[in-house]
Each structure stands twice: as structure tokens, then as C-alpha cells.
Design a protein. Structure first.
Length: 407
């Protein structure tokens, strides 16, 4: 039987599929249902059904076979799709209205309509979601990914820091002060005369958090706190805490980069009125610096023949902003890593995507692995790069540039 998919849920399914497909590297529902991506789509649908609590373990055998076959070589798309649909009919998920041959046919509008209807049905089956509950699940997926990255960064500075603890129990602000104290290389920021060191009352905790936010807004951090409330920080509101930590991450990176930049350009700190901060060491500085490193490397080393002939680099070795479309190919990022250390880079591992998101994901994973090998701190995901998320790409480029002073 056909499930009742309400209009409100229908409006959510594209967001759901986009979230689920992040790791697979697809940008939108229209891309994932393209015929060239059909085998991956079949595998994904089957995996979602397997993970659903509504699928008993005893019945998972046939659908597990679908996953295996759709990911193998020389896939018989029509056969695996037929097996998938038969399973779905038995589970009363959906009554197919197109034969497998029609579903696999290139460019059929009816096939597109089928897959959209199918994914709607899958949404209802796998999540048992009401619109409100489902929307909350989408938010949860994003926040959990962000939280893992923030935790890794925070613990690299202050090992006792725990986002989970703050979110669950709130904070008196002291651990946050210790975190920013660790970010600053020189004098301590912990002014005990302005802090309640054993705060238990809500008003004392909020006072500490208000002082903490005032420190964050000042040099050398200089982050925007106008939209953050001390009481929300003290109460451990997850969205506020993660927003705050992301800004601190960027501030920390820029502080490190300002030192590297001054060192490379032989700028004596005593001649600088004040330490470069987010206000003076800005996005434009980052772009100019990054472009110049690649330009100098081209003059010194010359690009490998494979790069020139295969990757169509004419417009991809410089950027004007962190939102440039070609950044999602990872070619520019690869060139930046190559400029820092040509010995460790294997250009043949980078392919020209031609719009294929799976290749973009593979390229991104490779450049991230190179950054790790060079000792970089990588607090982004491959999907962040492949999806062209400008603020995450800016952070990744900054992390690469931080290596320039260490090689």
C-alpha cells in the first residue's frame, strides 16, 4: 500500500536526503537520482532500510544482498533494483508504478517522479517521523558533526574541556576561561578578582560567563559576541555554545597565522602597533597570501605534466573569495599543499570531477590526508569541501597556511 505522505513531510524529504547523502557527496535530490548515480542510490536506499528499527533482523538478508551487489563490479542495475522493489513491496512500503527497465532509462521524467515518490515513502518508513520531530533530527545531525570537531580542537588546547558536560549541566564559565587562556601564548587572562571561582548560584555563573564574553570580544581574539547571551552560555544551550566555539576556533587559527605571516615576511613584532588580529589579519590577507604561495611554487618547481594536461588548471590556481565554485574540486587546495611540500603530493590521485560529487569527495579526502601527513590540524569534513562551504574552506586553507612556517 502507498503510505500517506503529508505535504509538510514531503517538503522535508529533500533536506533529509541531503543530510544522509553528505558523506556520499551528493549536492541535491536532483543529482542523486541521475541515472549515472543509480547504483549508489540503490545501495543507499537499501542501507537506510537495514538501519531502520522497523526492519527486523531476520528479514535483512535479501536487502543486505542488494547492498553488496549494487556496490560490486559489473552491476546488473535492473536486477538489484528489482530485488530492492520486491523487498519494499513485501514490507508494504510502496507499490512500484514503473518497471525496473523504465527506472533505469536515461532521462525519463517518469523515473525522476518515481524516485521522488520512493524517497518520500522511505522517509516515512525509516524514521516514523512527524514533521516537527523530523526537523529536530536534521538539526541533531548537523550539531553532532560540529560538536565532534569542536571537541577535538578544544581538547588540543585544554585537555579538561568537555562540550558534552557543558551542554548537559551548564557551566560556571571557568573551563571556558581556561580554554581562551590556553589560546593566548603570553600572560594569563584568569583574573580571579573578577571571577567567582566556586560559583554555584545561577547569578554567579552568569556573571562569569558575561566576563568571559567580554574577554572574547577584546584583542587579541576580537570575536563578535553581540548575538550571544551570558545566560545561554551558562545554561549550556548547545547552539550558542557551538557558535561561540566556532568563532574561537577561527580566532585561534588567525592568531597562529598572524605569527607565521610575520615570521615569513620578517616583520618585527615590536614595530607593529599591536598584534595582528581578526581585524587586521583578515580574509583578504589570507587569500593574497595563499595565491602568492602557489604562484611562487609554480615559478620554482613548475607544474607536473599530468596537472597541466588533465586538470584544466587555467582558472583554478587562484581564488578571489572562499566561495569560488572551483574550490569544491579540491584542485586549488592540492596546489596549496604541493606548494608547501611538493615531495609528499601525488597529483595523479586528484581527478577532474566534471560535476561528479563522488569524485569531489574523493579529492577532498585525499587533500585532507596530505594535510594530516604534513602535521596540519584538520577540523573540516570531506563533504564540507565538496559542498563548497565557504567558512569551512577558509578554515582549512588557514590550517594549510599555518604549515608554511613549519616546513
Amino acid at each position: 500500500m502507498n503510505p500517506d505522505v503529508s505535504g509538510s513531510v514531503e517538503n522535508l524529504y529533500a533536506g533529509y536526503i541531503t543530510q544522509v547523502l553528505k558523506l556520499e557527496g551528493y549536492r541535491s535530490i536532483n543529482e542523486v537520482i541521475l541515472p549515472k548515480n543509480r547504483n549508489m542510490l540503490i545501495a543507499l536506499v537499501a542501507e537506510l532500510i537495514i538501519r531502520s528499527p522497523r526492519t527486523p533482523n531476520a528479514t535483512k538478508g535479501p536487502i543486505q544482498k542488494v547492498v553488496k551487489e549494487s556496490k560490486g563490479e559489473n552491476v546488473d542495475t535492473q536486477k538489484v533494483l528489482k530485488d530492492l522493489l520486491e523487498f519494499c513491496e513485501k514490507k508494504e512500503m510502496i507499490t512500484p508504478f514503473l518497471p525496473p527497465a523504465g527506472l533505469c532509462h536515461t532521462g525519463e521524467k517518469s523515473a525522476t517522479a518515481f524516485w521522488k515518490a520512493f524517497l518520500n515513502a522511505l522517509l516515512v518508513y525509516t524514521t516514523k517521523a512527524t514533521p516537527k520531530r523530523f526537523s529536530a533530527e536534521l538539526t541533531k545531525i548537523d550539531l553532532e558533526q560540529e560538536q565532534r570537531m569542536m571537541q577535538d580542537w578544544a581538547q588540543s588546547i585544554y585537555s579538561g574541556f568537555s562540550i558534552k558536560k557543558i551542554v548537559q549541566k551548564g557551566t560556571d564559565g571557568i573551563e571556558l576561561m581556561k580554554l581562551v587562556d590556553g589560546m593566548k601564548a603570553k600572560e594569563s587572562l584568569l583574573d580571579k578578582s573578577k571571577l567567582h571561582m566556586s560559583a554555584t548560584a545561577p547569578i554567579a555563573k552568569r556573571s562569569n560567563c558575561l566576563y568571559f564574553l567580554s574577554i572574547c570580544a577584546e584583542a587579541p581574539f576580537g570575536i563578535s559576541v553581540s548575538d550571544l547571551k551570558a545566560e545561554d552560555v551558562a545554561d549550556g544551550k548547545r547552539g550558542t555554545v557551538l557558535k561561540l566555539l566556532w568563532r574561537l576556533m577561527e580566532s585561534h587559527l588567525f592568531l597562529c597565522l598572524s605569527e607565521v605571516y610575520m615570521q615569513i615576511n620578517k616583520i618585527k613584532e615590536e614595530k607593529v602597533a599591536k598584534r595582528l588580529s581578526l581585524e587586521t589579519f583578515n580574509k583578504t590577507t589570507l587569500i593574497t597570501w595563499s595565491n602568492s604561495i602557489i604562484e611562487e611554487a609554480q615559478k620554482d618547481f613548475g607544474l607536473p605534466e599530468y596537472v597541466v594536461e588533465t586538470l584544466d588548471l587555467e582558472a583554478k590556481l587562484s581564488i578571489k573569495s572562499f566561495a569560488d565554485n572551483h574550490l569544491s574540486d579540491s584542485v586549488y587546495l592540492m596546489a596549496l599543499l604541493w606548494s608547501i611540500d611538493p615531495r609528499i603530493v601525488r597529483w595523479e590521485n586528484i581527478r577532474k570531477p566534471n560535476g561528479d560529487m563522488k569524485i569531489k569527495i574523493e579529492n577532498a579526502k585525499y587533500v585532507m590526508s596530505i594535510a594530516f601527513k604534513l602535521g596540519g590540524s584538520v577540523f573540516v569534513t570531506a563533504s564540507d569541501i565538496a559542498m563548497g562551504r565557504a567558512h569551512k574552506i577558509r578554515f582549512f586553507i588557514g590550517s594549510i597556511l599555518a604549515l608554511a612556517g613549519a616546513t
